[in-house]
Write a protein that binds this ligand. Structure first.
Ligand code: ADP
Length: 442
């Protein structure tokens, strides 16, 4: 294709040259008339091709594209080339989109595409089946009109989608769905749903099994423990030579009892995920009780302090559960801190949280263990845990209790220097009462 500027120049020069010849052969007027006629013709031809182009744009079909003449041939060729390239890339994009849709349709998990207003843009057949959607009828509808469980609506508005939520299926009794929102692009979201009924069933079986075994073992252990104790107390019943065996048996039965009690506590916590029976707990009284329990466990061998707690502070929660969780942190501090060292208990109000922290100058924990401490039976030093009467389940129970109160456990520690275990609860659970109203409490 020649540059159209050259074409226009050659045409102009040729017209001028012909007019000059006409001028030489005839006169100037005739040459001027021919020049004017040539320019008029040139203008008409441009208008003609421009009209053709506008006509074609109304129905831009590649097969009906005019061929053009002169410089218009180049213009039409350029448009033809560009249009063909565009159609080809459009075909590639739509085939990629089709492939994506086919792949997403074949997914065993449900996928729903939500726009910035949480309206459904697209969903795959699994999502239609699991969530009761219909792509034909529900496209453009807000997801909150169609997926109605309160937990889901709260999750949608929470803006924190780092963890998925579990929902009992409202379409299929006994089924459980795991739903996660994944933000992407400009305010859009991907909703992923997965049927986890089988996993949940296995988990329930596991929990029931542990609860049943623990429950069944409780009675025989109590009987065995009781007999050992009676025999030890009866004068002459246990010969002096075997007395040490009996006290070992007593120690081990006590250990097993503690283990079973902790296992039962854990399975009770796991089997009733709903919020516990809550009441208002006086924080000053609770913390003083923990201080007292800590001192009696330590037999006053540690220097345990409690920072003064502002009077009139109450926390909403399950009294037994919170007492057991915070007591566990105190008892761990006593068990893992050498005699003579100090332990301090503090209540802090920081940001949106109420924090109860237990700070000790004990043996501390190496960093690599910290993330795993709340796993069941995870101990840094098995023999030390056993020596001090540990079951390896304490922090697991603490974590469960705090989670049930929308809180969490924070651990800071340095081996050889000590640890800070903090039970963090939301300040929405804190109640401040004026001292007068506290005094008038029953
Ligand atoms: P255990 O019954 O073994 O104490 P826990 O679940 O209460 O079980 O604690 C898990 C592990 O965390 C313990 O075995 C111990 O290694 C470590 N740990 C807990 N509290 C402390 C602490 N205050 N200082 C040092 N290590 C601790």
């Amino acid at each position: 294709m020649q540059d159209i500027r050259w074409k226009a120049l050659w045409l102009g020069l040729a017209t001028v040259f012909i007019c000059l010849i006409i001028w030489a052969a005839t006169d100037a007027m005739t040459a001027l008339a021919v020049f004017a006629a040539a320019i008029l013709l040139y203008l008409i031809s441009h208008l003609f091709w421009l009209h053709k182009l506008l006509q074609w744009f109304k129905k831009p079909d590649l097969n009906s594209m005019p061929i053009g003449a002169g410089i218009w041939e180049d213009v039409f060729a350029a448009i033809y080339y560009e249009k063909r390239r565009h159609s080809r890339s459009q075909a590639q994009i739509s085939s990629a989109l089709d492939r994506f849709r086919h792949a997403a349709s074949a997914l065993p998990d449900g996928v729903v595409l939500l726009n910035g207003n949480d309206q459904i843009e697209w969903c795959n057949p699994t999502a239609e089946h699991q969530l009761g959607l219909s792509m034909k009828q529900d496209a453009g509808q807000p997801i909150s009109y169609l997926v109605r469980p309160v937990d889901f609506i709260q999750y949608l508005h929470r803006q924190d989608y780092s963890e998925p939520i579990k929902l009992k299926s409202w379409r299929n009794a006994g089924a459980t769905l795991e739903i996660q929102l994944v933000p992407f692009g400009a305010n859009q979201k991907l909703l992923l749903s997965r049927d986890i009924s089988q996993v949940e069933k296995l988990e329930t079986m596991r929990r029931d099994f542990i609860a049943n075994v623990s429950h069944e073992m409780r009675t025989p252990l109590t009987v065995v423990g009781g007999f050992i104790e009676t025999l030890m107390d009866m004068e002459g019943a246990v010969p002096e030579s075997t007395r040490s065996y009996f006290s070992m048996m007593q120690e081990q039965t006590n250990r097993m009892r503690r283990l079973i009690e902790d296992l039962l506590t854990l399975s009770q916590l796991e089997n009733s995920p709903e919020a516990p029976q809550e009441s208002e707990i006086d924080l000053s009284a609770l913390l003083n009780m923990l201080l007292h329990e800590g001192n009696s466990l330590s037999q006053n061998q540690h220097h345990i302090t409690l920072d003064p707690v502002e009077p009139g502070l109450f926390i909403k929660g399950a009294p037994e559960e919170l007492h057991s969780a915070l007591g566990n942190l105190v008892s761990n501090a006593v068990r893992y801190t050498p005699k003579g060292e100090s332990i301090s208990l503090k209540l802090l109000l920081r940001g949106t949280n109420v924090i109860f922290s237990v700070c000790d100058t004990g043996i501390g924990i190496e960093q690599q263990h910290i993330d795993r401490l709340t796993e069941r039976f995870y101990r840094v030093d098995r023999s030390r845990s056993r020596e001090t009467g540990g079951t390896g389940l304490g922090l697991s129970i603490v974590k469960h209790i705090l989670t049930r109160h929308q809180g969490h456990l924070e651990i800071e520690s340095e081996a050889g220097k000590g640890s800070i275990f903090s039970a963090v609860l939301p300040q929405s659970r804190l109640i401040r009462k004026t001292v007068a109203s506290v005094d008038s409490l029953p």
